[in-house]
Write a protein that binds this ligand. Structure first.
Ligand SMILES: CC(=O)N[C@H]1[C@@H](OP(=O)(O)OP(=O)(O)OC[C@H]2O[C@@H](n3ccc(=O)[nH]c3=O)[C@H](O)[C@@H]2O)O[C@H](CO)[C@H](O)[C@@H]1O
Ligand SMILES: [Mn+2]
Length: 284
């Protein structure tokens, strides 16, 4: 799938292109009218996967309600909700052209396991149905809310987001996996950005390859009794170093409610909610 380059470089306070010439999407770097003119003609369907295992079902309502207001408005969206508590999935009114399906998955005793298993389940579900049902896909954390416009400017062959806690720091401070024994290993002198594991996006075909490879490498680690520092986020970061994203989203697309807004962030579009880890996770 080819990316449409409908961006411009009006911002001078932030870097708006990567060294390999992929756009970094910030407010005022895209023309909404041109973007919608081009993308709407394609009659696209956007798959959105979200995991709500155990007590995390309680985040679903606000995630979905705010998505209906801000996320890919006027595009066809299929939400795929993975949960062990289908009866607790709230019923939310969806706009025309938007659908939700609930897919049952087992519960887990460790949050690391749930987080890591996402790659496996996403790749399997792409095989069984999403490859036929959608053109693009976003895989998102559920403990988050949409606050402002998030539209087709975010679409691309392979899309990732710069992690809000690490966009102002240098590579040696990135929490990559540093043990050579792990399949997520990143040497100190390598790396472009630190990407957030709460968002993976792109064409369904490209995200399929990503999730399969990250899962396989995670499994190889498991066989060697190693768990990467930040589970699938570590594998994602390694993958995206060797397979460069075609579009990088600024931290506007992944902020955190506990983080004060910085002056270059003009709009917060999606932000993690403050949660009580001890209360919400199966283990601490
Ligand atoms: C902002 C950001 O980049 N967040 C990442 C970060 O953590 P977080 O601390 O935000 O991780 P988290 O607790 O939100 O877990 C990630 C996701 O797994 C699901 N979940 C988790 C636990 C549970 O009991 N039930 C459940 O459904 C849920 O969709 C959740 O949003 O580190 C994790 C490392 O593994 C992931 O890479 C997250 O994407
Ligand atoms: Mn999260």
């Amino acid at each position: 799938m080819r990316d449409l380059l409908l961006c411009f470089f009006r911002r001078t306070d932030v870097v708006t292109v990567t060294p390999w010439l992929a756009p970094i999407v910030w407010e005022d770097t895209f023309d909404q009218v041109l973007i919608d003119y081009n993308y709407k003609a394609m009659n696209l369907t956007i798959a959105t996967t979200v995991f709500a295992v155990g007590k995390y079902v309680s985040f679903l309502r606000e995630f979905l309600e705010t998505a209906e207001i801000h996320f890919m408005v006027d595009y066809k969206v299929n939400y795929y909700v993975f949960t062990d508590r289908p009866e607790d999935v709230p019923s939310v009114n969806l706009t025309k052209g938007r659908h939700l399906c609930v897919i049952q998955v087992p519960g887990a005793n460790r949050w690391q396991e749930i987080s890591a298993r996402r790659m496996k389940i996403i790749s399997t579900t792409i095989e069984t149905r999403i490859s036929r049902e959608a053109d693009y896909i976003f895989c998102l954390d559920v403990d988050s809310k949409f606050h402002a416009h998030w539209g087709a400017e975010s679409l691309g062959r392979l899309v990732s987001v710069i992690h809000p806690w690490y966009y102002q720091t240098t590579r040696n401070n990135f929490p990559y996996e540093r043990r050579p024994a792990s399949k997520a290993y990143m040497p100190m002198d390598r790396g472009d950005y630190y990407y957030g594991g709460a968002l993976i996006g792109g064409s369904v075909a490209d995200v399929y390859i990503l999730t399969k490879e990250c899962h396989n490498r995670f499994e190889e680690d498991a066989k060697n009794s190693i768990e990467a520092a930040w589970q699938e986020e570590s594998h994602l970061n390694r993958y995206l170093y060797y397979n460069k994203p075609s579009k990088v989203l600024s931290p506007e697309y992944l902020w955190h409610d506990s983080k004060a807004r910085t002056k270059e962030v003009k709009v917060i579009r999606f932000s993690g909610v403050v949660k009580n880890y001890a209360e919400i996770r199966p283990n601490v």
